[in-house]
Design a binder for this molecule. Structure first.
Ligand code: ATP
Ligand code: ATP
Lengths: 218, 218
């Protein structure tokens, strides 16, 4: 059974701890704030009140036996000390939260395996959504690509996906189709699917190709 | 030219303001903290020091003329007042940051068109990545789906995507292929692409189907 230690139970740490616990992961949470520890204890396996910048505290909780240790605090000096000690105590995988790129670089150099900057990630995502109104999502993996939602263009209606050959002609891929006013979503539709008048298409493609397609569907 | 007003220049607000400005959007930033306003002014169109909970301030900056207004502060009472006033001043689109679900519900009821909870979103994303190690991304649009990276399974090698018929047989779709140790990524590979020995596949599919595929590639 997987075991994760979450150090710092602010908004990020507590959400992470509870989500993991709900998925059946054994979660130990630590915070110096007694109220936060008390609040979360019904939801996770174990919760401790402690100052995690003290190396003996980290030693006593068996960090080397956890699959992952999460350092979830914005305080630079505290996070820096904790990541240093975790590495020295041979933690197998360290995920750390940072405030900005400088903080992230420091934590990586000290041994964090993965660093996340929640506010920056959310800001980038929202900026892209504000700039591209039809955008419903984008993939950090493929930064030039995004997923847009658009009404089926007139010239697509009555034709199958196979006929339309969208990948080759438009360099886009239809990930999902939804009948308007319905919650039913057809994901990875088959090539034989015939596009109908009241369908919404969720399309993955490069920004420039999607804008061409979006222009056509208006 | 698109115009956006960002109220609150903390980590989320300032990152959003700068990203939009870099994309050519006209950005007006507001914060009561003079230092933050000073720091950001080289990067955006205009930056003002002001208390945004004062309705006359919001009136004077022409909120009804902006394409979007962003309320980016965690303080509940301040964000609540500002969203109320923005709605009364007929702001066209309000994006607000919230601390948790309760805060989000309140802002939506008061008129926010879209609410984001950065720490919660990041926590959910990281929890999923921790639980599914091959996962490189997931789409909030399609919550049961995720994108996994895996080495080409032996039985795929030498066969074309068309032959393998992955969509129908495995209910997955190969979004991209990368030669190991290369940065070159083939996105939306053609059906004729023949899978080679040293290729990494970025596959989109439902969790249960991906785990089948992942088990095969080990
Ligand atoms: N030395 C420490 N030992 C244990 N817990 C600590 C220590 N320092 C800070 N914390 C805890 O870490 C948590 C998160 O810290 P902080 O509030 O600085 O981060 P935050 O970035 O505002 O959090 P979030 O954005 O996740 O809400 C707090 O609950 C705090 O009590
Ligand atoms: N009434 C107000 N008028 C103008 N600016 C304000 C007002 N109240 C708060 N702010 C500003 O909003 C910014 C963000 O607020 P706060 O620090 O509460 O949010 P935060 O959630 O910690 O921010 P972030 O996570 O984005 O760093 C701060 O820079 C603060 O000065």
């Amino acid at each position: 059974k997987r075991k994760v230690i979450v150090i710092g139970l602010g908004k990020f740490g507590s959400n992470l701890a509870k989500t993991l616990a709900a998925e059946g992961v054994e979660v130990l949470g630590i915070d110096k704030n007694e109220k936060l520890v008390e609040d979360i204890s019904p939801d996770i396996s174990e919760a401790l009140v402690a100052d995690a910048t003290r190396k003996e505290v980290l030693k006593s909780i068996g960090v080397e036996e956890a699959d992952q240790v999460v350092v979830a605090m914005s305080n630079l000096s505290a996070s820096v000390l904790i990541v240093l000690y975790l590495r020295e105590l041979k933690a197998r995988f360290i995920l750390a939260k940072a405030n900005d790129e400088d903080h992230a670089r420091i934590l990586r150099l000290l041994g964090a395996d993965r660093v996340v900057i929640p506010e920056q990630d959310a800001a980038l995502r929202e900026a892209r959504t504000l700039i591209t109104p039809n955008m419903v999502d984008f993939l950090p993996l493929l930064p030039d690509f995004l997923i847009a939602k658009l009404d089926a263009p007139d010239e697509f209606i009555g034709h199958s996906l196979k006929e339309l050959d969208l990948r080759r002609r438009y360099h886009v891929y239809i990930l999902a189709i939804r009948k308007k006013h319905s919650t039913k979503l057809i994901v990875l539709p088959p090539a034989e699917h015939i596009i109908e008048k009241d369908e919404e298409l969720f399309v993955l493609g490069k920004k420039e190709y999607l804008s061409k397609l979006l222009a056509q569907s208006e």
